[in-house]
Design a protein around this ligand. Structure first.
Ligand SMILES: O=C(CO)COP(=O)(O)O
Length: 248
């Protein structure tokens, strides 16, 4: 049985002060045997988030795959390990489109994180043009083929994969439950094709894109959706608490 995992992705939001306030308001509500709740925070807020998290898990939003070196502005996996984060979002579409992340670099990041015992939350998803052209399935399978190349089946089974159609991110235009379920099922099937039944049954697949308190339950009721990656609705304590209470 896969344990659901619901994670807020704060993106470039929240100072340390705001992070402390959020943790004080939300962490107690996240105590649950049945599901895992967490937040992805900017690098500067991670220590504060970890300090305030008794129940929430804390994710970084990116990492570099090299441990040290001349990579101005980057943060390595050992640096994240030292802070105590347990998860790290990689390959978010905003990083792929604005900061040059590719399936190849995302694959290197995933491998380095797993080696360090940090769970990758790998994001994939098609653009609106690809969706309109009927290419969603091909894009999903191709991104996974590259991003999950040459890994061990057990490692992939322990990962989280977030299917986030780009046309649904921050638009308020969430994917229908049918589309979200179908694409998350394709994600699981591609894991099966690449790494077999155990990996496919264990990997947790999230849907992301305009998830809100009023639609979270219908997504979570789908057999292949094991969680959500939530942007806007994770920023306010009361809306994130509402999401937690509706999925406990
Ligand atoms: O990008 C997202 C999560 O990673 C989704 O963002 P929204 O929930 O704001 O659409």
């Amino acid at each position: 049985m896969r344990k659901p995992i619901i994670v807020g992705n704060w993106k470039m939001n929240k100072t340390m002060k705001e992070t402390k306030e959020f943790m004080e308001a939300v962490d107690a509500a996240a105590a649950s045997e049945n599901a895992t709740y967490g937040i992805g925070a900017p690098y500067t807020a991670l220590s504060t988030a970890v300090a305030g998290a008794k129940n929430l898990i804390v994710a970084a939003e990116n990492c570099h795959f090299e441990d040290t070196g001349a990579f101005t502005g980057e943060v390595s996996v050992p640096m994240l390990q030292e802070i105590g984060v347990t998860h790290c979002i990689i390959g978010h579409s905003e990083r792929r489109t604005m900061f040059g992340d590719t399936d190849e670099t995302v694959n290197k990041k995933a491998k380095r994180l797993i080696e360090a015992g940090i769970t990758p939350i790998l994001c994939i998803g098609e653009t609106e043009a690809q969706y309109d052209a009927g290419d969603s399935e091909k894009v999903i399978r191709d991104q996974l083929t590259g991003s999950l190349a040459d890994m061990c089946p057990k490692c992939v089974g322990n990962m989280v994969i977030a299917y986030e159609p780009i046309w649904a991110i921050g638009t308020g235009k969430s994917a229908s439950v049918e589309i979200a379920e179908n694409c998350c099922r394709i994600v699981r099937d591609q894991v099966r094709v690449m790494y077999g039944d155990d990996a496919a049954e264990n990997v947790r697949v999230q849907y992301g894109g305009s998830v809100k308190p009023n639609n979270i339950q219908e997504y979570m009721a789908q057999p292949d959706i094991d969680g959500a990656l939530i942007g806007g609705a994770s920023l306010k304590a009361d809306s994130f608490i509402e999401i937690i209470e509706k999925t406990k």
